[in-house]
Design a protein around this ligand. Structure first.
Ligand code: ATP
Length: 422
């Protein structure tokens, strides 16, 4: 009998008060290894649509695959996976609805398409269930089982571009307490490994530690898995690490973004790359968010650089009407029904000429004053007079150049590709 390649997808096991699907997956993989089963390649951490309504935090789902020798082994593996999902998931939280998918078969274009849809659009439990039934997959729904959406997507999402993340997990006694990571060692790790690892620092702060009560102690993001062992060896922690796991992931690939030709074709809860002209000078609203309108021949969309994007707003503040931009971001709720485009980064394609007009200079060297409506100008020093239409046009030096501008690591979406990866 040929070996059986079994894909396993897991999602929706955690709650905002704790736990993490990557941790549960890591525990399951260890238990499988203890029972003599070895997973093939790296487990996958797939980030899905950042605007999915029921996400807890980063909308991540996991999957991994195993080569098994018999149906008996398949049954044993399924038992271990389901028992652990049952035990470790935060089932008492009404928003936690785990789903587990077991699939043995080809990852067809139709399945890949489902994976991409789950990253770029909103899909229903029924969509996932119908597809799972049509491919003959075995799946388990805990409570309403919404997790089957992410579990299936994590198995079948194509990974043309990819990155890796090393996750270190805390011992349960330390959950919710301040993380004990030596900051200087993170700076050293960054100096030694950047840009093969990235998003380690955010200015003076370290960006590898989460700020939620979850089991993750830190996560290091990288271009290749080899560099992660060097990075791990450099980071010093002053608390026990329960386990480590390296995930292959679609993080930082811009996989969530779709190029769109017309602003009028953009829809809420999807993410886009769109070109347009800045219509008005960006202005601040309550909460420190910066807003402006982007326009093309087809329509307009309100764009926002929200307060958590911190210093990124300084670049947005420099934009002027008629600047040409390529904006990368997703449309969330906003003031208007169309929603607001949450900017992840932008490319300033063409700076507009910004000019101011001043009254003309008099031959005596003094700037002239208006002599009244329609009466031209008069020099306040020598009394010289000039007719209308002689205003001087002065081009203003801009404080921003053409090029790319991005949000800082602490405000970056998991899926957003940092410019260093371009
Ligand atoms: P964490 O990042 O801490 O693992 P999370 O943010 O991934 O948490 P989940 O608890 O996994 O959040 O909940 C997300 C839920 O939304 C899952 O049930 C998943 O199946 C579902 N989901 C994910 N993407 C979509 C989508 N595009 N359309 C509809 N439902 C989705």
């Amino acid at each position: 009998m040929n070996n059986i390649l079994l894909y396993i997808g897991i999602d929706d096991t955690d709650s905002s008060s704790g736990m993490c699907t990557t941790y549960i997956t890591c525990v399951i993989i260890s238990k499988l290894k203890d029972c003599g089963f070895n997973i093939t390649g790296f487990p996958r951490l797939i980030r899905l649509n950042p605007f999915a309504r029921f996400k807890t935090r980063g909308n991540g789902a996991t999957s991994f695959k195993l080569e098994l020798k018999s149906n008996k082994e398949v049954d044993e593996v399924k038992k271990i996976v389901l028992e652990n999902v049952q035990q470790l998931s935060v089932l008492k939280d009404e928003r936690t609805n785990p789903g587990v998918v077991f699939y043995h078969g080809e990852i067809t274009p139709e399945l890949q398409e489902f994976g991409l849809e789950t990253i770029r659009n909103i899909v229903t439990i029924e969509d996932a269930e119908n597809l799972l039934n049509s491919i003959g997959a075995d799946f388990y729904k805990f409570k309403n089982g919404r997790g089957i959406i992410g579990a299936l997507a994590a198995i079948c999402c194509p990974l043309n571009d990819k990155t890796y993340e090393l996750l270190a997990y805390r011992i349960p006694e330390n959950y919710g307490t301040p993380r004990q990571i030596n900051h200087k060692s993170v700076v050293k790790m960054n100096n030694n490994t950047y840009p093969d690892t990235f998003d380690n620092l955010d200015g003076r702060y370290i960006a590898i530690e989460p700020h939620t009560p979850c089991p993750v102690l830190y996560g290091i993001r990288s271009e290749n898995p080899e560099i992660l062992n060097q990075a791990k060896a450099t980071v010093e922690v002053l608390e026990p690490v329960e386990r480590f796991c390296i995930y292959l992931t679609n993080q930082h690939t811009d996989m969530h973004l779709q190029k769109v030709e017309k602003i009028s074709d953009m829809e809420k809860f999807r993410c886009y790359i769109v070109e347009g002209i800045v219509r008005n000078k960006p202005y601040v609203i309550e909460g420190g968010h910066l807003i402006f309108t982007l326009e093309d021949k087809s329509g307009q969309i309100e764009c926002a650089a929200y307060e958590p994007t911190k210093q990124f707003r300084e670049f947005v503040r420099e934009l002027e009407p008629e600047d040409t931009l390529r904006v990368y971001g997703g449309i969330g709720e906003g003031v208007t029904a169309k929603g607001t485009l949450n900017i992840e980064k932008f490319e300033l394609l063409k700076l507009a000429d910004v000019v101011i007009t001043k009254n003309p200079m008099c031959d005596c060297g003094k700037r002239m004053k208006s002599a009244g409506t329609g009466k031209g100008y008069k020099c306040p020093k020598c009394g010289e007079k000039l007719g209308e239409g002689k205003k001087e046009t002065i081009k203003i030096q801009r404080n921003i150049k053409e090029g790319f501008y991005e949000t800082p690591p602490s405000a970056r979406r998991h899926l957003s590709k940092p410019i260093i990866r371009n």
